[in-house]
Design a protein around this ligand. Structure first.
Ligand SMILES: [Zn+2]
Length: 381
């Protein structure tokens, strides 16, 4: 319909001086409408008479558009797995890993316990970039979880000498994660390091560490050059801080892609657009995501309740119910999901489908699904 025609129709509505031509068109449209309704009724009768019976079978054996069978939901339900890939996930926020627990420090023992606890509760590490793009490949029945480490301290990645060889300290974050991964390969071994120019604080090893991490499934986020709260800086200095960090990484390893800004102290710049795009001294940056500090889980991007590009995180700390200390930290949220498993993301094990109870389908934003991935709804038994 042409614009001016639509305009004319709008104008003629409610008028009595319709010309004969539009009137005939209206009758023709009425006839087509009646015909369409008749076709739908006939099709519905045929499907009802010959299709599979009611219940889960018809809904749960959906085939992908390509004809390739998708996830077998009935088999999962029989095993007691109720996929909910529209549910919530947590991005964990770690800082220092050291001997004793403290502010912005997780003790080595507590970090080891975190891995055991998360594993036992059915959490599995997801690669940050995969999760954000909707490629979820954690095993069926498990919940993806994302790890982030801020400030690139040596406590996160330390080389030590052992038997005349340079090895990764088994008590730094990377060493602990790798040891756990060898014991439980299905837990995964991936995280985002929000880096500062010191790059893990061991003279002359920054490049080697970055290359090691980049080739072992880890990722990086821009944490600026000076770690200054961006809200206190001029627009020019905000851009200088952000682009300076990206230039540092490019000079260390040009293959590393950085698409995320991790806000120092969680403070946004006055001009928030500068978190994503800007330039300084001839260098330009274009980022997609911002990591916040605290303090809640999030829905995936393809759920209409998604957090947008500003991603909340959860500080890793114990929760003391009596004093309220650690509220909104990981201890609190782990207990919360134990009580509310129905809100938790549960994977169907198939990266090509987003599977959830059928009634949740209206929450889906299909435009945010990667190509080839489709929704599969099921009826809860
Ligand atoms: Zn920091």
């Amino acid at each position: 319909m042409k614009d001016d025609e639509r305009h004319e129709r709008g104008k003629s509505r409610g008028k009595t001086d319709d010309k004969p031509n539009p009137y005939r068109r209206r009758r023709r449209r009425l006839f087509i409408l009646v015909l369409a309704i008749a076709v739908v009724i006939v099709l519905a009768v045929v499907i009802f008479a010959h299709g599979p019976g009611k219940g889960t079978a018809s809904l749960n054996s959906v085939k992908a558009a390509s004809g390739k069978p998708t996830v077998d939901v009935d088999a999962l339900l029989k095993k007691g797995i109720r996929p909910n890939e529209l549910g919530m996930v947590m991005i964990m926020e770690y800082h220092r890993i050291a001997d004793s627990e403290g502010s912005f420090t997780r003790s080595i023992n507590n970090f080891k316990n975190d891995l055991e606890t998360l594993y036992a509760k059915g959490y599995r590490l997801a690669r940050y970039s995969d999760f954000l793009s909707g490629h979820i490949n954690t095993p069926a029945g498990t919940t993806p979880i994302i790890f982030t480490f801020d400030d690139s301290t040596v406590s996160q990645f330390r080389y030590i000498e052992a038997g005349g060889k340079k090895v990764i300290d088994p008590n730094c974050a990377v060493g602990i994660m790798e040891a756990f991964y060898h014991k439980h390969p299905d837990f995964g071994c991936t995280a985002v390091f929000s880096y500062l120019p010191s790059l893990f604080e061991q003279e002359g090893t920054g490049k080697e560490k970055v290359q090691y991490l980049a080739t072992h499934g880890f990722e990086f986020a821009d944490h600026t050059v000076d770690h200054a709260p961006l809200g206190k800086l001029s627009d020019q200095d905000v851009q200088k801080e952000i682009v300076g960090s990206i230039s540092n990484m490019k000079s260390v390893d040009p293959k590393v892609d950085v698409d995320t800004l991790c806000l120092p102290d969680g403070v946004m710049p006055k001009n928030q657009a500068l978190m994503y795009h800007g330039s300084y001294d001839g260098s330009t940056y274009n980022l997609k995501w911002v990591l916040l500090v605290g303090s809640n889980p999030m829905y995936p991007q393809y759920n209409y309740k998604n957090p947008g590009a500003e991603l909340p995180r959860i500080q890793v700390m114990d929760y003391d119910q009596k004093t309220g200390k650690g509220a909104d930290g990981s201890g609190y949220w782990l207990a919360y999901f134990d009580k509310h498993p129905e809100l938790r993301f549960v994977s169907d094990g198939d990266p090509l489908t987003i599977c959830a109870p059928g009634y949740m389908e209206p929450r889906l934003l299909p435009s945010k699904l990667p190509k080839g991935v489709q929704f599969v709804g099921y009826e809860q038994p």
